[in-house]
Ligand binder design. Structure first.
Ligand code: B1M
Length: 210
């Protein structure tokens, strides 16, 4: 049992072993961030590299996602605190055309931990849906996630639509996901960029408390 064995169990596509090892590492007092970053997320990076190299295919990526989710479920109570006073509401989703949700789900967990009421719209979310949900829930922030370079333009279109709907003054826009950067956020007129789930919680708090 070790963080290394969690990493290996994700690579081996073995959810029961991931659950067993994550549970054991928590009991042994290993830092939750180490389990997440060095065990689970590092394994997804290896899966991605193998996919790029043509060594694995979509079914394996799908199974690796399922395996990682089993580990995240065990970690979830340790990532978000229940007793944090609510600081605001954030509507979050993966933009239209993109089905990746593991990173977005982690971001939602960390935002809850940072004190937000989180409205998770899921994946493949149309720009109109973000606007409608932000109005309905009187959101302070809209969070846009994407993992594909091909859907970066959809993030830009969604930001434009939010501004065109007149929400830009009352609702801040936070973006994140592997291909996105602070430069990209500045260029498209988003209010903030967060490189990872931990940073998303911190940046979102800064946006509403500033
Ligand atoms: Co896909 N996929 N995938 N995939 N997939 C990537 C992203 C890829 C990099 C793999 C590769 O080629 N190396 C590549 C994208 C290349 C590119 O665009 N440049 C890719 C591709 C090409 C594809 C398909 C096109 C493959 C195909 O069909 N030919 C297809 C696209 C389908 C679609 O979306 N329309 C596809 C499909 C899939 C699966 C469905 C099989 C599956 C996703 C299952 C799921 O999510 N439920 C999948 C997977 C698992 C991956 C990899 C292997 C893992 C993604 C992941 O979960 N990472 C991925 C390779 C990789 O990431 N290394 C890959 C772990 C996660 C914790 O990290 O999501 O980056 P991440 O989230 C981080 C940060 O980015 C940030 O915080 C998170 C936590 O710290 N963050 C935010 C994310 N959102 C944020 C929002 C914020 C703030 C921070 O504020 C709102």
């Amino acid at each position: 049992m070790s963080v290394e064995s969690i990493f290996q169990a994700v690579i081996d596509l073995n959810p029961p072993k991931v659950v067993e090892d994550v549970t054991a590492e928590i009991a042994a007092g290993t830092a939750v961030n180490e389990i997440l970053n060095q065990g689970l997320i590092r394994a997804m990076d290896v899966v991605g590299e193998r996919f790029s190299a043509g060594e694995t295919f979509v079914p394996e990526m799908l199974m690796s996602a399922h395996t990682m989710k089993a580990g995240v479920e065990v970690l979830k109570p340790y990532l978000s605190g229940d007793d944090v006073k609510k600081v605001g509401t954030i509507v979050v989703g993966t933009v239209h055309g993109d089905l990746h949700d593991i990173g977005k789900n982690l971001v939602c967990i960390m935002l809850e931990g940072a004190g937000f009421n989180v409205v998770d719209l899921g994946v493949d979310v149309l720009k109109e849906k973000f606007i409608e949900a932000a109005k309905e829930h009187n959101a302070d922030i809209i969070g846009l996630s994407t993992l594909l370079t091909t859907t970066m333009c959809v993030v830009e279109e969604t930001v434009e639509a939010i501004h065109a709907a007149g929400l830009g003054d009352s609702v801040k826009i936070l973006i994140g996901g592997a291909p996105l950067t602070q430069d990209f956020a500045d260029r498209i007129g988003a209010d903030a960029f967060a490189p990872d789930a931990g940073a998303a919680g911190k940046v979102a708090r800064e946006l509403v408390l500033q």
